[in-house]
Design a protein around this ligand. Structure first.
Ligand code: TXA
Ligand code: MG
Length: 329
């Protein structure tokens, strides 16, 4: 894999050439790194599923460089969607809208809808703008693993299988985009992400819906996504984390002694945005061979903290205490 400086025009041109030839290219966004292919090329998109080992029922997000050509790809755009685009695009908000035939079925896993967003990262915008075509891209991680927020995460996962990654520095949000769909004059949040529900609710009505247990309307909302290899346990503080062969993910600077072998602090001052931006990187770092368990402190569930907690809960569900490896604590 070639790691190219995304700020250089020559790198963008090489990436565009690869995309036009039907290859896949990893690129930075403000949320996490993506693994992209020309959205209109079903053969190229198929490579993404193959390389990520992603099940074909899990649809991809289509990235545009602005709303100008939106009508080529989606129809029936409600007023609420237009309003949100004005406020949050470019930025980490994905909207699920009805697709046109220009979007191949493989992108949407056969669904009549497509998730679209305009990323705000300058390298992503430059790439899409130079290509002049939309890019379908999931996060650039093996399926089910944690999302990459640093170029080295991508290089480690796909060294032999992806020809190019554009280096755009660390992802500033560090958490994936918020995904919404439109119904009954409001929005439904499919995935909590970088734009908080509080921010969205200033502009549109949020429809809260009780879903039947096990129901999963957004096909990618599998019960365990974003998970480290080692079992993860949610804790309130260091006193809940007694096993020493462990990693400890602290929200803020711990005041009590932490007995774990490896410790990472998401935000010494307890700032939720800073915590989110360090989240995946810290968790990837703590997922080590010499530990039996990762303890992760609960975060306040407001703002972007809700998105982080959603991911921690999913990670904790991968190895439930009853079925998973027994820990001596
Ligand atoms: O921040 C992000 O959104 C990153 C960057 C690269 O843009 N992308 C990302 O993609 O997180 P991915 O593939 O890891 O997650 C996309 C999720 C899918 O798992 C699926 O649940 C949902 O988006 N999705 C996509 N299209 C959908 C659709 N038509 N209906 C319902 N859910 C959809
Ligand atoms: Mg993903």
């Amino acid at each position: 894999m070639d790691i190219l400086n995304g700020k250089e025009k020559a790198s963008i041109l090489r990436a565009v050439e690869a995309l036009e030839a039907g290859d896949i290219v990893a690129f930075p966004t403000e949320t996490v790194y993506g693994l992209g292919a020309v959205a209109e090329n079903p053969y190229a998109v198929a490579k993404i599923f193959e390389v990520k080992r992603r099940p074909h029922f899990d649809p991809l997000i289509v990235h545009l460089d602005g709303p100008a050509r939106l009508k080529e790809y989606v129809t029936d755009v409600p007023g609420e969607a237009r309003r949100l685009m004005k406020v949050f695009w470019p930025g980490p908000l994905t909207m699920i809208l009805r697709k046109t035939p220009a979007i191949p079925d493989i992108v949407t896993a056969g669904l009549p809808t497509v998730g679209v967003r305009v990323p705000s990262h300058p390298v992503a915008l430059e790439l899409i703008g130079t290509l002049k075509r939309p890019i379908a891209a999931p996060s650039a991680n093996p399926f089910g693993y944690m999302s990459p927020t640093r170029v080295r995460h991508v290089a480690r996962s796909f060294a032999d299988r992806v020809p190019i990654v554009l280096d755009g520095g660390n992802s500033s949000y560090g958490i994936e985009s918020t995904i919404v769909s439109f119904r009954q004059g409001g929005i439904f949040v499919h995935r909590h992400g970088a734009i908080s529900v509080e921010e969205l609710s200033e502009h549109v009505r949020i429809i809260e819906e009780e879903r039947a247990p096990g129901a999963c309307e957004s096909p990618g909302e599998l019960p365990y996504h974003y998970a480290p290899m080692k079992p993860l346990r949610l804790v309130t503080g260091p006193s809940d984390a007694r096993h020493e062969a462990s990693s400890y993910l602290a929200f803020r600077q711990p005041v009590e002694e932490v007995r774990s072998r490896h410790v990472r602090v998401l935000s010494p001052s307890g700032d939720l945005r800073e915590a989110a931006s360090n989240f995946f990187s810290a968790l990837i770092d703590l997922d080590r061979d010499d530990v039996d368990v990762i303890y992760a402190e609960r975060l306040p569930e407001k703002g972007i903290g809700r998105a982080v907690m959603e991911r921690l809960r999913k990670a904790a569900r991968k190895h439930p205490p009853s079925g998973g490896p027994q820990l001596v604590e």
